[in-house]
Write a protein that binds this ligand. Structure first.
Ligand code: HEM
Length: 147
């Protein structure tokens, strides 16, 4: 169905909760990714020495993933579709790093669990489903640019 105003508000509100403690949440996010896909350690330049939440690159990339998902929610609500800025170069970076479809599922699971932790007792299925819909639409756009 269509992405609703309420879903957009749920994503926006929890994006703020995520951003309020970015280093901590970035650490949770990458720890979850490495639990599911240990080999991803070799893919990210900034994970070579493990999850260091003081590493500005680690924080920057985590912020990007969540920020673009939040942008996707705004676009879905406004236009019913997601257009990614610099899709060709973003696609190329991921191809070059050896990212495959299965990695998008690992990252999705980590993103949803991180949002769950960030929102605490405000978390519910509706909020999680809104993030999932935005992430799926964004992933589809990036995967398309990768192919
Ligand atoms: C790099 C976003 C999914 C692995 C990047 C960059 C962005 C980005 C903005 C920086 C590109 C640049 O340097 O110009 C996203 C978004 C994703 C996503 C929005 C999902 C919706 C994934 C997945 C993987 C992945 C599933 C694999 C687990 C990487 C790696 C880099 C990268 C390894 C290079 C980082 C480095 O070492 O500097 N991504 N990404 N990304 N992404 Fe993603």
């Amino acid at each position: 169905g269509a992405f609703t105003e309420k879903q957009e508000a749920l994503v926006n509100g929890s994006w703020e909760a995520f951003k309020a403690n970015l280093p901590y949440h970035a650490g949770v996010f990458y720890t979850l990714i490495l639990e599911k896909a240990p080999a991803a350690k070799g893919m990210f330049s900034f994970l070579a020495d493990g999850v260091d939440t003081n590493n500005p690159k680690l924080k920057a990339h985590a912020e990007k993933v969540f920020e673009l998902t939040r942008d996707a929610a705004v676009q879905l609500r406004a236009n019913g579709e997601v257009v990614v800025a610099n899709a060709p170069s973003l696609g190329a970076v991921h191809v070059e790093k050896g990212v495959v479809d299965a990695h998008f599922l690992v990252v999705k699971e980590a993103l949803l669990k991180t949002i769950k932790e960030a929102t605490g007792d405000k978390w519910n299925d509706e909020l999680s489903n809104a993030w999932e819909a935005a992430y799926d639409a964004l992933s589809a756009a990036i995967k398309k640019a990768m192919s």
